[in-house]
Design a protein around this ligand. Structure first.
Ligand SMILES: [Cu+2]
Length: 131
């Protein structure tokens, strides 16, 4: 009987660990244009005031990872005028671009990203709620 309880307990624990694994990171948004789609994950997730790692995964029109692009990010605090951050996300390979942003305030932010590679030049806006 005692063994059975232990087995049950370990099953519950492993289920909880799996659930936690699946829950993070959460895709915040997946906007798309005719030529690319971008999915955003954040660390921590959901994003909180302070340093937040933003990971953008870019797929081309064929659904293939788009690497080697110039990836520009502007973060604008929508709730206020003139609170803007700007930077370049670094190519991590496999279509992933990373940048760490320091969000000094919670609320509604807008990430305006520009992806340039060869003849491609795409701009997309991604809303981001910071807790
Ligand atoms: Cu602000």
């Amino acid at each position: 009987m005692r063994l059975r309880i232990l087995v049950l307990l370990s099953l519950i624990l492993s289920a909880a660990a799996l659930a936690a694994c699946n829950a993070s990171p959460v895709a915040e948004a997946a906007p798309a244009s005719a030529n690319i789609s971008i999915s955003l994950t954040t660390n921590p997730s959901p994003p909180k005031v302070g340093n937040v790692e933003l990971l953008f995964k870019v797929l081309d029109r064929n659904g293939q990872p788009l690497s080697g692009a110039d990836f520009d990010v502007i973060a604008d605090h929508v709730d206020m005028k003139g609170m803007i951050m700007h930077g370049k996300a670094a190519d991590q390979g496999n279509g992933v671009y990373a940048i760490t942003a320091n969000f000094s305030m919670s609320g509604n932010w807008k990430l305006s990203v520009q992806v340039k590679k060869d003849g491609l030049d795409e701009k997309l806006d991604i809303p981001l709620k910071v807790e």
